[in-house]
Structure formats: structure tokens, C-alpha cells
Ligand binder design. Structure first.
Ligand SMILES: [Zn+2]
Length: 279
């Protein structure tokens, strides 16, 4: 993590110890769905979700906020064994009934990344696809209730466009306006970001740092380690088709970084994240 390694240079790094690793799990919509073949990583059956959370509790996993995860990866605080974070992209209204009660049963926190310009509307996908669900997104009242319940609200930008395809000024606007809107709505800092479609480049990271984000999650696959930049954190996608053994395997065994993640880990001259978390 560059707050320790200052830019993540190309030096050979020692193997990651088990306690130096956090699995950041990526969910999208939790609810009840008809069987599906496409876009499966966007859905999780709520009964299956309840069994997954029960498994985390049974295994003694420690569910950390993104704040705690970044502090642990930066070496500011020690990381517990079997540390993980739960993240939910897009901010679906169904989270209130399909996921929140289960999280509260086990005392688990989570981060929900919302599209600040679309609150209370229906999800809009890129390109017409009449077969695809267009579920309702969380509204301002629901976001305040989640914040009060200890669920962190992060930015998923203002309009859910792939940032790397935008001009720098547009990227900056997406990052800063969404943060300002959510902070105004919640009356609290919004320090955590999620790149729509996992789309970002080095300029995006620099802009996210300038705007003041402390962390940003990607769709790069692997466990997060101190080798990762806080604005380029990998996750593990949980899919509609994941059985409980498959889920346990992703959580406990499947830590290796994909080649794309390896490439980012050696990316030179990454900026420092916002929020002043240097040890
Ligand atoms: Zn999204």
C-alpha cells in the first residue's frame, strides 16, 4: 500500500502473511430473483446471503469497515485474522429489507456505494436490454437511515459512467459533485469511492486523491494486501451462482491477484490517498 511503500515501487515483496490480508467482498443487488444466465455477478439470493453471513459468523470472521481495512493495510492498526469487508454496489433500495436485517443480526457493518445523481430512481443500464431488471435505488431518507444504523455510504459517482472514458474535467466532476451531494445529505464525510464498471486509470486515481477520497474499490480480483494502493483496492465478486462451499473457497483460499491486479501493484508514481492515513 503506497501509504507505506510510497508509490508501490518495483521492489520484490515478501509473501503476504495471513494477517496482512483483507477479503473485500463485492455484492450488488440482494433479493429474490428468477433463475438467470446473464449478469449473475449483479445478483445474490437473499436466503443464500443469509447463509453466507451465518458462515462468516461461524468461522469467526472479522467484518471491518473500509476505514478499518485501509487503516489495517496501511499499518496504522493491526489487522485481525480472517478480516473482510462487505461492499454493495449501486445502492439498491431492496438492501433495506433483503440485506440489512441479516447484517444487523450478526452485527456486521458494510459499505453501500450509491449513485449520487440517481437517488430514488430506477437503475439505468448502459445499452437497451429489456430483459434486465431495473430496480429502484435507495433514496435520501433511506441513506440517512442506513448511515444512522452504522452502514457506511460511499460514492459510486454521480451518473455511473465509466470514468476512464471521460475527459479529466468530467471525471473530476463525477468524483467531487457526488461526494459533495452525499456529504450534504448525510452531514458526514464521505471518504470511500467505487469506480463504476471498474473503469479507472492513473489519472482517475490522481483525481480521486485530489478530491479527498481515502479509499476506492475496483473490480480487480484478489485479496487486498499492503501491496495495494488505497485508491486501487481489489475485491472478490460474489455471484448468483456461488454455492456455500464456493463462497468459502473464495473467502478462505482464492487470494491470488489476477494479472491485471499485479500490474497495478507495480504501477509507478501513484498519488497518496486523501484523508491523511499515513502512519
Ligand atoms: Zn455500479
Amino acid at each position: 500500500m503506497s501509504c507505506v511503500l510510497h508509490g508501490g515501487g518495483r521492489a520484490r515483496r515478501p509473501p503476504v502473511a495471513a494477517m496482512n490480508r483483507v477479503s473485500i467482498l463485492m455484492y450488488h443487488q440482494v433479493g429474490r430473483f428468477a433463475p438467470m444466465r446473464a449478469h449473475r455477478a449483479n445478483y445474490c439470493d437473499q436466503s443464500r446471503f443469509a447463509r453466507q453471513m451465518a458462515l462468516l459468523a461461524a468461522l469467526g470472521c472479522r467484518v471491518l469497515s473500509l476505514e478499518q481495512t485501509v487503516a489495517g493495510l496501511c499499518g496504522v492498526t493491526p489487522l485481525p485474522p480472517r478480516a473482510l469487508s462487505l461492499t454493495f454496489d449501486d445502492g439498491y433500495a431492496e438492501f433495506m429489507t433483503a440485506a440489512l436485517p441479516t447484517l444487523q443480526r450478526y452485527g456486521f457493518t458494510a459499505t453501500v456505494y450509491v449513485i449520487a445523481g440517481w437517488l430514488g430512481r430506477r437503475m439505468i443500464w448502459r445499452g437497451p436490454d429489456p430483459r434486465r431488471l431495473r430496480p429502484r435505488l435507495l433514496n435520501a431518507t433511506q441513506l440517512r437511515a442506513l448511515h444512522a444504523a452504522g452502514i457506511a455510504i460511499g460514492s459510486h459517482t454521480s451518473s455511473h459512467r465509466p470514468l476512464a472514458t471521460l475527459a479529466p474535467a468530467e471525471q473530476r466532476e463525477e468524483l467531487s459533485a457526488s461526494r459533495a451531494r452525499l456529504e450534504d445529505l448525510l452531514g458526514a464525510p464521505v471518504l470511500h469511492l467505487c469506480y463504476p464498471f471498474g473503469s479507472f486509470d492513473a489519472r482517475t486515481l490522481a483525481l480521486a486523491a485530489e478530491v479527498g477520497y481515502r479509499s476506492a474499490v475496483t473490480c480487480l480480483q484478489g485479496a487486498a494486501t499492503p501491496a495495494d494502493h488505497p485508491l486501487c483496492l481489489p475485491r472478490k465478486a460474489i455471484s448468483f451462482g456461488d454455492t456455500l462451499p464456493g463462497y468459502a473457497w473464495k473467502l478462505l483460499v482464492k487470494h491470488a491477484p489476477t494479472p491485471a491486479l499485479r500490474t497495478w501493484r507495480v504501477h509507478a508514481a501513484l498519488p497518496a490517498a486523501g484523508g491523511g492515513l499515513r502512519p
